[in-house]
Write a new protein. Structure first.
Length: 100
């Protein structure tokens, strides 16, 4: 698996909660790595309409449309069966979504 970071060359200095940003990125990137057996995980950082835009892209299986809303709720996962291959508590994305 390849890991890439694509940062816009003209990215300005920003201010914010570095600890919170690290926590969100760790959860998003960790999930992308966990679910990418082959291919790549890419972090893209740019500025759009005066705000920073950070995207975590991966070549893993993706999340079915029916499960996309629930995965941001606490203790929810796209595959909650007892036969699932990947572990986790189902808290990472709900923590990433929380605004305060």
């Amino acid at each position: 698996m390849a890991f890439k970071a694509e940062v816009a060359p003209d990215l300005p200095t920003g201010r914010g909660d570095g600890r919170r940003l690290s926590q969100v990125l760790l959860n998003l990137v960790g999930n992308a790595i966990k679910f990418t057996d082959k291919g790549e995980v890419t972090i893209r950082v740019s500025v759009m309409d005066g705000a920073f835009a950070i995207a975590v892209c991966y070549t893993g299986p993706g999340i079915p449309a029916l499960d996309q809303a629930k995965i941001f709720e606490e203790f929810q996962q796209a595959d909650s069966s007892i036969t699932r291959k990947k572990g986790g508590t189902g808290l990472g994305l709900s923590i990433a979504k929380r605004t305060s």
